[in-house]
Design a protein around this ligand. Structure first.
Ligand SMILES: [Zn+2]
Length: 532
């Protein structure tokens, strides 16, 4: 079993704390590339050790085998599969993997803990189990990189006769895209907003663009040709994923790429793993495995695709051509996520945005920290970007590079918009301007006892690590919460690690303390531990 990293230990620790405190409906948010499966394996093997039975659900039959492979790689072999005629069917195994499609036809198998993978894809059958079949005692843990689907928090709130604090939808943010980029686990990215489609006559259905109308709008005028032209001009011949609206749009793009001499393939959710023979023409069609091999060999430069869920997770993609406008933070984050995998010799991911998604939604690094909890009720979150603290990027008028709104000079071409100002720009200042948005710590709500326990345990861990006085944690806790921790907190174990949010707060508190003390006379023998 692979050893957990410190931040994964921390996430696991949070999970345990919430479960110990009685929470039964928990969602864990972790970006693609975090190692969510390794974390899930740790949860599963912990459960097996305590003789508990685990049900792991996946949203598609096609994901069963790769999930099982992942468990095997982590040394978990007591696995059975719930799916008609599957070779691995074995009801005696403590871990059962099932697809939602199969479970819809059956009653819920008996189990002690449920892990729901890709929980943002919500199925009615989940609701049925959550309230009736499993009872409240069985913990249900949802996993997702984008747990922002409407009403997810309502589904996770549980029966009404439980205490409000228990019913509070519980979201643990294991890490953020920006954190992973800073740690070198995800690739940084550069964006050019190469064209601006006119979508004024495309209607909205269920929160996103009407697909058929969108496909037509994206094939109007020179849009398709522009996508190819931009790729030839800026794409650096990189292995590229191109996202289209639907099959017709994708075929149009493929045709134009091929006409320009760029070898191109198409795949979607129906593309089989193995090569298949077209019955009508008798010709062989490349399956997913062949396309992947050709893509990595350089035989194919661009893969045009519709949909994102099951394909390309482990492909070495270095450029994204986004021709799929969306209003969905989830879809957009998944699309960009496909390009952020790190690889040898890959300095960054190049994004050619023909969809205005960045102008509409912001950088993905701002989106995934802006959700402070699971969605409850009817009003959609993020109806107004500004209110949600998402500042939209600015486009360079000269080269179409997208930069954070606070960056006046274009990092790509050096162009500076003339600003009427009495202050002359210092040449040296340009150095600091990087195309990287500032990391925003994941916000924490300290109103519940559980969150306060976690906070206190983190303070304890920090105090021990720094060798502070035993009362330090209680004192700073009071500073934040307004009262001393309840007596029983003293028996809590220190946390396995300190979250970035708590770390930030401790640091800022130290800075504020040091500042407030600056002109004061020297106090001894106590010296405040400044600037950790
Ligand atoms: Zn520029």
């Amino acid at each position: 079993m692979r050893k957990l990293r410190e931040d994964q230990e921390w996430a696991l620790d949070q999970l345990r704390t919430h479960i110990a405190a009685g929470h039964r409906r928990i969602v864990m948010q972790a970006p693609t590339g975090y190692g969510k499966t390794i974390l899930a394996s740790a949860v599963v093997s912990g459960a097996i050790k305590k003789s508990n039975r685990v049900l792991f659900t996946v949203p598609a039959v096609s994901l069963i085998d790769q999930t099982m492979e992942m468990f095997y790689q982590q040394g978990i072999t007591d696995v059975g599969v719930i799916q008609a005629h599957h070779a691995m069917t074995n009801w005696d195994q403590p871990v059962q993997i099932a697809s939602v499609q199969t479970l819809m036809k059956r009653t819920m198998p008996e189990c002690d803990i449920v892990l729901v993978d890709e929980v943002h894809r919500w199925f009615n059958v989940y609701t049925k189990w959550l309230d009736y079949t499993t009872g409240w005692q069985c913990p249900v843990i949802g996993l997702s990189a984008t747990p922002w689907s409407p009403s997810l928090g309502t589904y996770f709130a549980g029966p009404r006769n439980y205490a409000d604090e228990d019913r509070k939808p519980c979201l643990i943010v294991a890490s953020t895209i920006q954190n992973l980029i800073d740690e070198g686990r995800l690739s940084p990215f550069r964006v050019f907003a190469s064209s601006h489609p006119d979508l004024s006559d495309v209607s909205t259905v269920a929160g996103d663009y009407h697909e058929e109308q969108l496909s037509k709008a994206m094939q109007r005028g020179t849009l398709v040709g522009d996508a190819v032209e931009t790729w030839l001009r800026l794409g650096e011949n990189r292995p590229t994923f191109c996202y289209a609206v639907d099959r017709a749009h994708a075929m149009h793009l493929k045709e134009k790429f091929e006409a320009a001499g760029v070898p191109c393939a198409y795949q979607d959710g129906n593309t089989k793993d193995a090569d298949t023979r077209n019955k009508a023409s008798g010709l062989w069609v490349d399956g997913r495995k062949t396309i992947r091999r050709k893509f990595h060999d350089g035989e194919i430069k661009v893969v045009v695709s519709v949909g994102t869920l099951t394909t390309g997770v482990d492909w070495d993609v270095r450029c994204l051509s986004i021709c799929r406008p969306t209003k969905s933070d989830m879809l957009f984050t998944q699309i960009v996520g496909r390009g952020l995998r790190t690889a040898e010799g890959k300095a960054d991911c190049l994004i050619l945005d023909h969809s205005d998604n960045h102008a509409r939604l912001g950088f993905v690094t701002s989106i995934d920290v802006s959700y402070e909890g699971l969605h409850v009720g009817k009003t959609p979150m993020h109806s107004n970007r500004k209110d949600d603290g998402i500042r939209l990027p600015k486009e360079c008028p000269k080269c179409a590079f997208l930069r954070p709104p606070t960056t006046p000079t274009c990092p790509a071409c050096g162009f500076t918009a003339k600003v009427v100002s009495t202050v002359e720009a210092q040449a040296g200042e340009l150095r600091e301007l990087k195309p990287k948005p500032k990391p925003v710590p994941v916000p924490r709500d300290l109103s519940s006892t559980v969150e306060r326990e976690i906070f206190f345990r983190e303070l304890k861990a920090h105090g021990i690590a720094k060798g502070y006085n035993a009362n330090w944690a209680a004192n700073v806790y009071r500073e934040k919460i307004g009262s001393f921790p309840p007596a029983h907190f003293k028996w809590l174990d220190p946390a396995a690690g300190v979250s970035p949010w708590t770390q930030n707060w401790i640091t800022s508190r130290m800075i504020a303390y040091a500042r407030s003390k600056r002109p004061a006379p020297r106090v001894f023998p106590y010296r405040p531990p400044t600037l950790l």
